[in-house]
Structures are given as C-alpha cells and as structure tokens.
Design a protein around this ligand. Structure first.
Ligand code: F6R
Length: 234
C-alpha cells in the first residue's frame, strides 16, 4: 500500500494520469473507471493528452437502475460527457441498469470482467468509506450485484435531480470482490470531507464497516490524496 499526497486535486489527477500512462506503456489494456466528482481532474488530464485509448477497453464500476442512458444523471451519460466523447476506447462497458433482469445483467458483467481483467482500477471513496456502490456491511467477496441505495445516498443524490421522486433507489455495482481482482488499484480522494474515511481505510482495522479497508488486503494499491484528505493520517 502506497500513499501519495499532493497539493490539490489537479496535481492528484495529473499523478494518476502519469501512473496510467506508464501502465499503458508497459502493456496495460483494460482500465476500470469511476464516476463522481473525484476522477474529473484525471479525465481532464486524459482528454487533454495525446494518449490514444482506441486500442483499450474500459470497465465502469456502477450505474443506477432504471435511469435511461441519455438521462444526464446516468453514469453512461457522465462517462460519454467527461471522457468517451473526446477519447473513445475500443470497447467501453458500463453496467446495464436498464436490463429487464438485473441479476442476469450482473452475471454477464462478471463475465465481462473475467474476459477483460482490469489492469488499473480507478476508485473514489464515499464519506462512509464506500467504494463503487458497496456501502458499509457489504461482503468483501461480493461480485457484481444489485444494490438498494441507503437513504443517506438517496438524499445526497437528490440535489442532482429536478424531483426527489426521480432519484433512483437502486443501482448495479461491481462488488468488492470484483474490485479486488484488479491488478493495480488507484484510490483518489480530495477534500476534508474524505479525511475520516481515508484515515479509517488506511490506518483502521480491516472491517466491512469501512468497505475501502478491504484494499489493505490487495498488494498493489496507491492512494492519491490531496493534503486535506490526508490531514487526519498519523
Ligand atoms: C462512482 C462510485 C462512488 C464514488 C464515491 C465518491 O462510480 O462508485 O463510489 O467514487 O461516491 O464520489 P465523489 O467523487 O463524487 O465524491
């Protein structure tokens, strides 16, 4: 486990970009990607670079259930808007939250991960230590599955939707077990509101109460933090 601390999210995004770039130079073919505000500086560094991703595959962590792909809150839309429209990949997979049978879609997604082993997985972290949509209590060996969003996640997401009733209550997410299969994991965290989760993840016990603490069991994890997110580390 390595911890790198940068001045701010721009330097953090650049550092993550440099790691991905050298990974690609050394043969990485599959990137695991995240949504949310955290990876945006990384995606900006990717889109403003001259790197070509058209021979690569991407596999995203999660998606809401029941939100059409053209809804601007869907993760399909987010990824196109922030990355794929400017830097197309050969193949980009995002879980299918519109599938008639979500359990079958989750099984298919695990097969996709099996067929496309993730070389470098990008993660953000929730204030409660969640990774993907794996909230506290999630099993460390879980694979892709349907998740009931907690009320606090639904409330936090409500600000992005015109009506509270439009906020999805379910998601489909790679499990912690799926994430841990990645060869290398970069967890990015910026801002003071992530400091407690980062301390618990890196310095606390390995416990399902803090889903990201499972990363202590992985042998190639780099935490890319800004000073604020690292401020509670001893
Ligand atoms: C996103 C994801 C989530 C976020 C986390 C942090 O695909 O899986 O776990 O990484 O909620 O979100 P932000 O970056 O918005 O603080």
């Amino acid at each position: 486990m390595k911890v790198e601390i940068y001045k701010d999210k721009n330097e953090g995004g650049q550092a993550a970009f440099n790691i991905i770039k050298s990974g690609i130079e050394n043969g990485a073919k599959v990137l695991g990607l995240a949504t949310g505000s955290t990876p945006i500086t990384l995606y900006n560094a990717m889109t403003s670079s001259d790197l070509d991703f058209s021979n690569m595959t991407s596999v995203n962590l999660d998606e809401y259930v029941g939100l059409p792909f053209d809804n601007d809150q869907s993760y399909h839309y987010f990824m196109k808007d922030n990355l794929f429209n400017k830097k197309p990949f050969k193949m980009s997979y995002v879980p299918d939250g519109m599938a008639a049978d979500i359990n079958a879609a989750a099984k298919e997604y695990d097969q996709i991960i099996e067929d496309n082993p993730i070389d470098v997985q990008i993660l953000g972290i929730g204030r409660n230590g969640h990774i993907g949509f794996n909230e506290p209590g999630s099993a460390f060996d879980s694979l892709t599955h349907e998740v009931d969003l907690t009320q606090s996640t639904i409330d936090a997401n409500a600000r992005f939707f015109a009506n509270e009733d439009d906020v999805p209550h379910k998601a489909i997410s790679m499990g912690i077990g799926s994430i841990l299969k990645s060869k290398k994991i970069l967890l990015l965290a910026y801002g003071e509101d992530k400091a407690d989760a980062i301390k618990a993840t890196i310095e606390g016990p390995v416990t399902t109460d803090v889903p990201a603490s499972a990363l202590q069991n992985h042998d190639d994890v780099i935490f890319i933090l800004d000073e604020a997110a690292a401020s509670k580390l001893s």
